[in-house]
Design a protein around this ligand. Structure first.
Ligand code: GLP
Length: 243
């Protein structure tokens, strides 16, 4: 594991954006695994800036997002599809057909999960997977539990996750109770994983994920098994990891 701890948010955003830009320079056809949540927003802003300055192009890239709420239409204000458009897609040169998210309101959700996995396979897997981490150690929407799944699947969101995400909705009742998420197998097959964490409220779970036992009760702990894991944290989230 390569761990980088940054003094400022600005430095963290620049380092994460530079890593993705370097991947795209090396391999313009890179398949990028993208994440939502507040953590990667600064990285996306930086990438948009770099794109406007002519420093990075997504023209030949393909993207797959980790997850989507079940039941929200794509154009809902808080769908992850809308989030990605708002923060990245509409500001860069990614062709429309090259961006992928699970379809949250698919008629047959089980088929949608299979279709999504097949599509990722067909693209020859993910080169660089961006991840945030939930307060309970979830990645994507792989929630803690006795079991984890390898492929894309439907999950019941943990109450803690719904509460954490209620800040984006008018009330807790409006937060969907299910999501489609890629599984841990899909994530672990990515050739490189970049885990981002910021804020004091992530310090404890980041330490458990990276230094604690590997357990399904902390899905992010499985990342310890990955041969090419890069972790970028701000000084608050990384506080308990500094030797
Ligand atoms: C969400 C997402 C995750 C994200 C996590 C943390 O619900 N499904 O992909 O990493 O929660 O979010 P944040 O970055 O806002 O703390």
């Amino acid at each position: 594991m390569n761990l980088f701890i940054y003094e400022s948010n600005e430095q963290l955003n620049a380092a994460a954006a530079n890593l993705m830009a370097a991947e795209l320079q090396r391999n313009p056809k890179a398949v990028l695994g993208l994440a939502t949540g507040s953590t990667p927003i600064g990285m996306y802003e930086k990438l948009v800036e770099m794109h406007r300055a002519g420093l990075v192009s997504f023209r030949e890239a393909t993207t797959y997002n980790l997850d989507e709420y079940v039941g929200l239409p794509r154009d809902h204000e808080e769908s992850y599809y809308t989030f990605m458009n708002r923060h990245l897609f509409r500001h860069v040169d990614l062709p429309e057909g090259s961006t992928h998210l699970p379809l949250g309101n698919a008629e047959n959700p089980a088929d949608e999960c299979l279709r999504y996995d097949a599509s990722i396979e067909q693209a020859n897997g993910i080169d660089l997977q961006i991840l945030g981490i939930g307060h309970n150690g979830h990645v994507g929407f792989n929630e803690p539990g006795d079991e984890l799944h390898s492929g894309t699947h439907i999950v019941q969101l943990a109450e803690e996750t719904r509460k954490a995400n209620a800040r984006f909705f008018a009330s807790l009742d409006e937060v969907p109770s299910e999501a489609i998420t890629v599984g841990m197998g899909v994530i672990l097959k990515a050739r490189t994983i970049l885990l981002l964490a910021r804020g004091a409220d992530k310090a404890e779970i980041l330490k458990r994920a990276l230094r604690g036992p590997i357990t399904t009760q902390v899905p992010a702990s499985l990342l310890q098994l990955h041969p090419n894991l890069i972790v970028m944290a701000d000084s608050e989230a990384g506080r308990l990891l500094q030797a």
